[in-house]
Design a protein around this ligand. Sequence first.
Ligand code: ASP
Length: 610
Amino acid sequence: MYRSHTCGELRIGDVNKQVTLAGWVQTVRKFGAITFVDLRDRYGITQLLFGEELNKVLDENPLGREFVLQATGLVAERSSKNAHIPTGEIEINIQSFTVLNKSVVPPFTIQDDTDGGDDLRMKYRFLDLRRNAVKKNLELRYAVNRSARNYLHENQFMDIETPFLIKSTPEGARDFVVPSRMNPGQFYALPQSPQTFKQLLMVSGYDRYYQIVKCFRDEDLRADRQPEFTQIDCEMAFVEQEDILNMFEGLIKRVFKDVKNIDYTEKVARMSWEDAMWQYGNDKPDIRFGMKIANLKSAFTRNGKIEAVGELINGAGFGVFDNAETVLAIAVPGCSEYTRKQTDELTDWVKRPQIGMQGLVFIKCNADGTYKSSVDKFYPEDKLKAIAHAAGAVAGDLILILAGREERTRKAISELRLEMGKRLGFRKEDEFKLLWVMDFPLFEYAEEENRWVARHHPFTSPKPDHIEVMINNNPVIENAEKYLEHPYNHIKANAYDMVLNGNEIGGGSIRIHQRALQEKMFTALGMSQEEALHKFGFLLGAFEFGAPPHGGIAFGFDRLCSILGGSESIRDFIAFPKNNSGRDVMLDAPSSIDDKQLDELQIQLNQGQD
Ligand code: ASP
């Protein structure tokens, strides 16, 4: 037996017990004739005391950091106690010990405040994983995993594995492909998600499926994405949207309870996609705070009408507003006394290339009811007051206004809102606000190809009363300039996203389950009948054998963990992550392969290219 106890286990009540511990040497402190060693394992740290006799042995064979040690001794009360660690009241008077393995000097300190930079810690990830901070993240990940599994199991979901070597049907992201040795010249693809398999499982009658599963997408890695990531993937048959929303808000509430001990008893808020875009400027609003966006003049139509108050700002001779496609404002609470320096800094902030605006207009709503603005010249007090009213501002607020092209300005104001929310402390790490965003458009216009693409994926069904519009209209866009007027633009999907604190943590839809409608969908996306059959014949065929109505959702497991763990980075919650260029710097992958392997695969590289 290597050990009788772990390094996190012994307490004052264990004094006088003889114990054997095994672990890694965290620190060695020599005081004259005695030596203290902090021994660490997964469970904690225990202080070992080597008396005079053993100290001599240590002098000859010194212990180094990260040596693996087995030590036996008596538990004793410590004279100077350490209140910061659970074992801080005791130490072990060592009687005998064995060095189970030596260690070279580690490239960084294995401590909470390590001296190792990101790259070094990625290269030696197995050492970084020894650190408490990283270990806590993996423990949280496992707690989320367990909680989700328990909930799903209790609700009759079955975990069913689906294959990783599948057929390449790129739609949305690029596929990772794997050459087949046994079928030269042919390739498998790694699944972007198990979408079609889980739908087939519904056809097979497994009416509640789940899987905590790896998905693979060969995307250019934007901030904090991983080429392989994990989803909690779920599907249910004989359900309507409402059933799914209820079941899966239950799942997240259970995870909150089990992992964070949070009783999220209120019903999860719901918002239409249109409201989200209109009021928050994006489809994953952080609703921990208000500061909703006001349209002072806008090309954005809502329910078919332009809901803006353009007359307030147009025609005053202020070209920036007069000529802008859209003018959007937020009222920032309590900031009317910002100094010139502060407003200049905000102006610089919106001019940064990531935000890309030309400038920032502000109106200070003074406490005494007067207004002061950077555009006083064009707008008399009563106009400023009317704008403030439209922006929902009260005395003491600072109104920030951006003007420009619709899409860019909306994005910019949404970023500015989040930034101000952060600066003012409205985005608290320990406050969790869930939101369902619903009624997404079914299609999105792809400008480069002048065609429709599926906003969610091609298996998502339209809202029942929009099916007619889809069937009865030609998807072809005759006039690209006027794509907004095409009836397909108004078709809404039976799709929903779950948003947590401004992050999309899950998304799903009610699926199409009839062959004819699915075929129509493929046509709408510009696929020929042959192409649809070639790519998705298996699914179309299956729909003819009694496919039940079904729908589902998938949660981004890594992201969920990172939010619950209060971190911006999903990498911190993945044992062996890739870096921003998709490389595993520890393994040094991807890498070239032997000529022999290439020969077996009958693959010839295009030599001479970098
Ligand atoms: N398969 C979808 C995705 O990965 C989720 C779903 O519709 O269930 O986004």
